[in-house]
Design a protein around this ligand. Structure first.
Ligand SMILES: [Zn+2]
Length: 191
């Protein structure tokens, strides 16, 4: 793993998680005084303080003049009080996560490469791209349904598709791509 691209949790001034950023960006924010680093005990440090913090065996670090600097797992924007964006982006991946990578017609869970996104009301008949009209479907069901509605194709949807209601914490964890640090726990649990 490239240390500079690893994820860092960003908090607003009320300690509410906002998003993830990269280590590179976190250091820019820290160095320019826009953010403070937060350690595992919740203490905050500006750049000059943070460079004196011990680098433990389990820490990632960057080389600096005269030694090493620990990579922070959390930074706080101390003047930023906005809340995270609440809307969840309509993407192929988010649709599949909502549908638990399961074909919404036959309920099979084929490999992801065999999953398509199906327009419930076909695009050719005015069906739009929305949380309510898009579902995950296996290639087989997608072909079988073709330009028909589920009723016409005699196929039944597993459930009515809706916009998902994921918490900020869940959305942040989804973007972390499996790289999750225990220092994030108290903040994600509180959000
Ligand atoms: Zn299917």
């Amino acid at each position: 793993m490239d240390v500079l691209t690893g994820p860092v949790l960003v908090l607003n001034k009320h300690f509410t998680p906002i998003q993830l950023t990269t280590t590179r960006r976190a250091f820019v924010l820290l160095y320019s005084g826009i953010a403070q680093a937060i350690d595992e005990q919740g203490n905050s440090f500006d750049f000059d303080e943070w460079r004196k913090v011990d680098v433990r065996a389990k820490d990632d670090f960057l080389p600096i003049v005269g030694g090493q600097i620990r990579v922070p797992r959390i930074v706080q924007l101390h003047r930023y009080d906005r809340l995270p964006r609440s809307s969840i982006r309509l993407t192929r991946r988010n649709l599949m996560v909502r549908d638990e990578f399961q074909c919404q017609y036959c309920m099979r869970k084929p490999p992801v490469r065999d999953l398509n996104i199906d327009h419930v009301m076909p695009k050719s008949r005015g069906g739009n791209a929305s949380w309510e009209n898009l579902v995950t479907a296996c290639r087989h069901c997608n072909l079988k349904k073709a330009w028909k509605t589920p009723e016409e194709a005699n196929m039944r949807l597993n459930r009515i598709p809706r916009r998902p209601k994921w918490s900020t914490a869940v959305q942040i964890l989804m973007t972390a791509g499996g790289q999750v640090f225990e220092e994030w726990d108290p903040f994600l649990k509180a959000s």
